[in-house]
Design a protein around this ligand. Structure first.
Ligand SMILES: Cc1cc2nc3c(=O)[nH]c(=O)nc-3n(C[C@H](O)[C@H](O)[C@H](O)COP(=O)(O)OP(=O)(O)OC[C@H]3O[C@@H](n4cnc5c(N)ncnc54)[C@H](O)[C@@H]3O)c2cc1C
Ligand code: SF4
Ligand code: SF4
Length: 608
């Protein structure tokens, strides 16, 4: 099939692209403002393919300054977007450890002791120190609390109602089509295959979609973006070693909840000092809440799910949540290298937008506004080229898009943020000081630190728990977990002093129930596995099997012959396994031993 523009992924970045484009390729009377080359006489044919089974089945916080979104919709009426509210209050709190199980450095223990000793004079309540003011660089004043799912469904309806663009969910893109160094479109995924991708009953090879311009906005673990990186390489000096696993719940707050819509809470310090948390309140007594487990958290057995539950039960949050009910659950990773992880933004026949293009601001923790803005900037450049009748060559896209991006606030603020998190490589306290320094000096002063890939930084279980759990006991727990085919993480947390979660079947549910009730995770049959353990021998010798413990959906389990097993029906497509894998790929140590391919299914919820 031939079109003019093909887009990969329908997140905020492509939302910004299609919204801006659709307002300009048709005149007010519906006639084309510019003509299609693929279908002469018609407006440009613009098609977007989204992997998830429906529009808006994504995961995000989300509180956003929404500058670019408001610019795209000057008459934005929040009443049209379910679960949206203007930000009404913002709080940042340092959570003390009420249980005594988290692994805190000596510096943090001293700080905790001082806070406890002077709590009569300080704003220390509910085992938390509420910062008396929110630093300017973190403020989302004038911003919006949204559900990314509800917002994207609304955006999708606006774009498609314009008649100018088409969005096809449930259609994963398998690969870019590259000919003579030029991207000429995409190939969709094969259907009717077995787990390994071999043709089976009802086989249908993926269709080729040829286009003058391919716009890639496939997010932090997008396979198309990564294939382009393999083909064209990253710009000199850029690398993508910083990431976080985000896991969240959407909760019906208890009937007596007095939380105002638009209330925003950010936390740090607990359940482990490295883990950040958020809670945003929507209208209708609904809240979005969750945690980020960052790449510099060195625990080799880390399951975000149990940490999420302990975080929710902290007295500072539990006073709002107790008696609530789970509505939805989900997980997704974030590419947190920011501008330093920027790939090639444009080449012959293609352009990159959104988080996968390094737009996320790692100082302000803002990704949606930036992603949207990059899409809108590209659309302006594309309109300029279409009107001038110029082809989508690298040089023309550099001039029309990359130049706009370099002159935009996204780039300016991205540069300020570039080194904001480096200090975390040397510890949480150094990291927090470094972030504050970067924020307060607008990037002029930063603390140094060198982000490293997991295989260079993740310690063994024995090293991580040294001094807390004797090695022979770890060996016993490991054997026991292997016999029961369960991950080691739960057993180690129990042993480290974390209490059992009092499952209530309503809000505190088992991990499997979160998948079924909250994520409503599904996987249509007839597709190949998208998580592939590339070199089985490497897995067999791997002693830090972080892929199993870190899996957000319990989709990776100990398998036969020492190679993990993957169950597509539980996979939420979060990408945590790809980022976390503890072993380098033979012959290409910059990459891990897991390959993450295009896949169907995943979460079935548009509330996250
Ligand atoms: C838990 C969590 C909380 C967050 N909180 C906030 C917040 O409060 N504020 C904020 O500003 N940001 C937040 N973020 C970050 C924000 O969500 C991202 O920066 C933003 O969504 C990036 O938008 P994007 O369009 O670039 O990518 P994405 O939103 O990731 O969209 C990419 C789309 O591409 C699709 N796709 C991928 N591969 C393919 C393929 N092969 N074929 C077809 N489609 C494909 C995906 O399914 C997805 O829909 C949060 C993220 C997480 C995970
Ligand atoms: S996928 Fe990576 S972390 Fe998992 S067993 Fe294989 S090498 Fe180890
Ligand atoms: S297997 Fe799926 S659910 Fe598990 S970590 Fe990987 S992408 Fe996430």
């Amino acid at each position: 099939m031939d079109v003019d523009i093909v887009c990969v992924g329908f997140g905020p970045a492509i939302g910004g692209f299609l919204t801006t484009l659709s307002k300009q390729i048709l005149k007010e009377d519906g006639t084309p403002a510019v003509e299609s080359a693929a279908a002469p006489g018609m407006p440009p044919q613009v098609v977007c393919y989204e992997r998830a089974d429906d529009i808006g089945f994504g995961v995000s916080g989300v509180v956003t300054p929404a500058r670019s979104i408001k610019a795209s919709f000057p008459d934005l009426d929040l009443a049209q977007i379910p679960m949206s509210a203007p930000v009404t209050s913002e709080k940042v709190a340092y959570l003390l450890d009420p249980i005594g199980a988290s692994r805190r450095s000596a510096a943090l223990r001293i700080a905790d002791g001082l806070l406890q000793a002077f709590r009569w004079a300080l704003p220390v309540r509910h085992q938390a120190f509420e910062l008396p003011w929110v630093p300017k660089f973190l403020r989302k004043h004038d911003g919006l609390v949204l559900s990314i799912g509800q917002f994207m469904q609304w955006v999708g309806a606006q774009a498609m109602n314009s008649g100018a663009v088409q969005v096809w969910p449930g259609t994963p893109v398998a690969s870019p089509l590259v000919e003579d160094g030029k991207v000429v479109g995409v190939r969709l995924i094969d259907q009717g295959t077995d787990k390994l991708g071999a043709p089976a009953a009802g086989f249908m090879p993926g269709m080729d979609i040829r286009a003058a311009l391919t716009v890639v906005g496939d997010g932090p673990v997008g396979t198309i973006g990564r294939q382009l990186d393999e083909c064209f390489g990253l710009p000199e000096g850029n690398r993508q070693h910083d990431w976080a696993v985000g896991m969240k719940m959407v909760v019906d707050l208890p009937a007596q909840s007095a939380l105002e819509p638009g209330a925003v809470f950010h936390t740090f310090g607990y359940p482990e000092p490295e883990i950040f948390g958020f809670m945003y309140v929507h209208p209708g007594r609904i809240a979005s809440l969750g945690i980020f487990v960052p790449s510099w958290f060195d625990n080799p057995v880390r399951t975000a799910y149990r940490y999420l539950q302990h975080w929710m039960m902290h007295p500072y949050l539990w006073r709002f949540l107790e008696g609530g009910t789970l509505r939805s659950w989900g997980a997704k990773t974030l590419q947190e290298s920011g501008r330093r992880g920027e790939p090639r933004l444009a080449g012959d026949g293609f352009a990159r937008v959104g988080e996968g293009s390094g737009s996320t601001n790692v100082l302000t923790g803002s990704g949606v506004d930036e992603a949207w803005a990059t899409g809108a900037l590209l659309a302006e450049g594309v309109i300029e080229l279409l009107k001038a009748g110029k082809p989508f060559t690298k040089a023309n896209l550099e001039q029309a898009y990359v130049r706009r991006r370099r002159e935009s606030w996204v780039d300016r603020e991205g540069l300020v943020a570039e080194r904001a998190r480096d200090g975390f490589q040397r510890g949480v306290v150094t990291g927090l000081i470094g972030m504050g320094l970067t924020g307060l000096t607008r990037g002029r002063l930063n603390l140094r630190g060198r982000p490293m890939p997991p295989h260079r930084r993740v310690p063994t279980v024995e090293e991580y728990y040294a001094g807390r759990i004797p090695e022979r006991e770890i060996a016993r727990l490991r054997e026991d977990c292997a016999v029961r085919a369960v991950s080691l993480h739960g057993a180690l947390m129990d042993r480290a002093g974390w209490p059992a979660i009092p499952i209530d079947g309503k809000l505190l549910v088992s991990h499997q129930d979160a998948l079924l009730m909250g994520g409503k995770v599904q996987a249509p049959s007839g597709y190949a596995d998208h998580v592939v353990f590339l070199h089985p021998a490497v897995c067999q010798q791997c002693t830090v099997r972080i892929c199993i413990d870190a899996c957000s959906g319990q989709a990776i389990t100990p398998g036969p012959d020492g190679v993990p097993a993957f169950d597509r029906e539980k996979c939420v497509y979060c990408g945590a396994c790809l980022w976390n894998c503890s072993q380098p790929r033979p012959g290409d140590p910059a990459k891990a031993n897991i390959e993450f391919r295009a896949g169907a299914g995943g979460l079935h919820s548009a509330e996250n």
